[in-house]
Design a protein around this ligand. Structure first.
Ligand code: FES
Length: 140
């Protein structure tokens, strides 16, 4: 008797062969988020050039659905202008994975939150760079 898995082929594929796993040295934005209920943690690294995400990698200590969500998220992000990337919601991640079981939807929320956190970190770093630039210029 064969038992059907509650996961789509795409979820299984990204879980078994995660894309872009690892970290980016000197990333322009890093976002780490966790779910206090299940204890899973997701970290997303972004390399951004001229307001376009040129590279994205992740490290996820979590369930299969969280790994699949972060894997597909990095694929969705590569080559996207920041403004476009900001619109990626957990719903879009679920859709790209051909669905997730209801009890696993929160895993895709982690991906949305990691993206938000990484972009926030990017903007913060940009601001720091800009203010240190003006500080060195304003000598009087
Ligand atoms: Fe925690 Fe999936 S069970 S992120």
């Amino acid at each position: 008797m064969e038992k059907t898995l509650p996961y789509s082929e795409k979820v299984m594929d990204h879980f078994m062969n995660p894309r872009n796993m690892g970290e980016i040295e000197n990333a322009d934005g890093v976002g780490t988020v966790g779910n206090p209920v299940c204890g899973d943690v997701m970290r997303l690294y972004l390399k951004i050039k001229d307001s376009v995400i040129v590279d994205a990698k992740f490290k996820t200590f979590g369930c299969g659905a969280a790994i699949a969500s972060s894997s597909i998220l990095t694929e969705m992000l590569k080559g996207k202008p920041i403004e476009e990337a900001k619109k990626i919601s957990n719903e879009a991640v679920v859709e790209a994975l051909d669905g997730l079981p209801a009890v696993k939807r929160h895993c895709s929320v982690l991906a949305e939150e990691a993206l938000e956190a990484a972009l926030k970190d990017y903007y913060q770093k940009q601001q720091e760079k800009a203010s240190s630039g003006t500080a060195s210029q304003s000598t009087g």
